[in-house]
Design a protein around this ligand. Sequence first.
Ligand code: C2E
Ligand code: MG
Ligand code: MG
Length: 745
Amino acid sequence: MKKISLRKKAEETIKARGNKYASLSSEQLQLLVHELQVHEIELELQNEALRETQEALESSRMQIELSRNRYVDLYDFSPLAYLTIDATGKIIEANLSTEKLLGMTRNALLKKSLTHFMRREEADHLYLGLQEIKERGSLELRMHRNDDTSFYGHLEILSIPGEGNEKQYRVALQDITQRKQAEENLQIAARIFETSPAGITITDADGNIIRTNRAFTTVTGYSQKEVIGKNSRLLKSDRQDKQFYQKMWQKLTESGIWEGEICNRRKNGELYIEWLSITTLRGRDNKVSHHIGSFYDITLRKRNEEKVQYLAHFDSLTGLPNRTLFNDELSRRVARTAQNHQHLALLYLDFDHFKEINDELGHPEGDHFLQNAAQRIKQCMRPSDLLARLSGDEFCIIVSALDDQSLVLHVVSQITEKIVEALRFPMELEGGTVTQSVSIGIAIYPQDAEKIADLVKYADLAMYEAKQQEGGAYIFFSREMNRNLMHQLNLKKDLKSAFKSDEFFLCYQPQIDFQGRIRGFEALLRWKHPKKGILRPSSFIDVLEAMDLINDIGQWALRTACAQASRWRQQGLKDFKVAVNLSPHQLMKDTLPSVIDKALHDNGLDGKYLELEITESLMIKDPSRAARLLEEITGQGIEIALDDFGTGYSSLIYLRRFPIKTIKIDQSFVRDITRDENDAILVKTIISMGKNLGMHIVAEGVETEAQKDFLRKNSCEILQGHYYAKPMPEEAINQWIAERQTWPE
Ligand code: C2E
Ligand code: MG
Ligand code: MG
């Protein structure tokens, strides 16, 4: 085909140029034809070569196409995300895995930059990273997919020449989130391990230490370096025996975990207590591979616990067991005594005037006294007996394991006598030398009481009995005392209901002056008992004083007496006073002045009609408070009389210190003035002393004319007693007043 067209072309060319070969000879023509044939063959040969080349080319082109397709397939279907980006991150090419990884079709990807899949600061990292890459490099960036789920990307980057001067980058992108998390977890675990407040020891199966942490070093004093490779026995103290460790290993083998308290030794030799948990780790072959021990140093906590235990059970001043421990011990010892059919004695001790030491020498000296006294008492006891401090100056001794009753008497008497004797020796304190007697009450188990509470109560009761005697006495509990106790309990109950049912009333006993005139009336409490008839205070006042009810009854007496005085005022009685007895408890209450004020105010009564009778015991309890309250009360025009003078301390200091207007000479002195010279002198002295102090003097319990005469002769201005009138209830006293406005001398 080509040959023909070439020939044709050649002929046409000849024609066009004009036949320059027309003049040629046939010889020349033959030569020319030959030459032409040679050319023709040459051309044919050339053509052949060309065709072959073309064919070769075609085949290699197909080869290339094939391998390109293979490459594209490999590229596309590679499980790794491959993409090409330019220097700005723009995606030029991306394979199918990139599509999958980034959650966007390839077409869409080709419009995006790789930075679309990362936050700004990460994009900056990418730019910088690309700039720094010469040939190849790698980056790790936090990225997110198109749906915003994040992942850690590892970019393996190959720099390739792009169009012009632009660089392009082939990027193999891998999601390494899992690896990163695992790394992070490892880091966290390592950090926890290191910073854990618990000391941690990791050992191999044989207990050789592989790793320890910081707290381990803090507690034990050993650095990790010092202990690695060494056996954990290194910390062992000799405080646990073989058995302990055997049990521990047995438990570990059985359950893979052991927990408990253990005493170990620090590097410096010091012992410490730790709370240790050991866990066993097993390998795939189920053989023990490691032990992990984690422990806390609880030495301090233990010590504090012991301290708390100590404080809860021991008295901090004397170091003796306190009431709690005493109760526990008593129960324990009583139970044992019962079991062994033995006897037990309980001694209740109370110092007779401990308050005075506190008041006069101050509390620190009071404390010193108690400490010394506790020591002295301890020395008088058998080692097996228990001394406890229950409160203030109250102590108890448990004397146990006594086989028979005669031994009880023998041992207990011996101990108590020794104690009384030991305390008789004066004690040197900073403020001076003191001697304190002690009263001891004794109750025996089981004969006196089988119940522990009763036993304590009876010993206490016996102690109160002992207190009634002169310094340093001990008394065994008796049934009689118990009867008294029962009587007191019943009385308390009855008193409460009596007040509720209005069984109390006041009687009034007149006080008569020099001129035979009524100077006033003393209001005296009476109880109209439903069964026993009218009762005087002597049969109940002591019990009442020990009850809060005394305050209510005292207030009621005040109101009732003021109401009576008000009525007398209205009836025209002049210049008189109603004297009301105050209980010490009432004077301990700061509300007293307002209570009095109200009683006066409610009855429209002036304070000058009211006199309050107090006793010295009332002032001694808390002198400064009593003085303050009395000053306040007298400010309302009320006068104060000191009752039963001569029976108490009869201290001149009190007479000066308190605003006392009247002294009442106790009837026990008046009773015998005509018979007993001493009493006569005493009464005379009281009268003249009182007068010198500018006070009024009242003599109470005047029963006879002789007594009256003696008193009058000795200038006792006011008299009170059966000689003139007995205490009378309202109606009777009103009649008495009506009959005798004045009393003839
Ligand atoms: P006190 O205040 O010394 O009262 C005088 C006591 O002597 C009264 O006893 C009275 O009845 C009695 N008495 C009066 N004249 C004679 C007499 O000529 N011969 C004899 N033997 N006794 C005479 P009472 O009423 O039994 O009161 C006893 C004590 O009870 C009182 O002694 C007083 O301390 C207390 N008391 C009485 N009433 C009250 C009260 O309302 N409150 C308080 N807190 N105590 C009261
Ligand atoms: Mg009185
Ligand atoms: Mg009196």
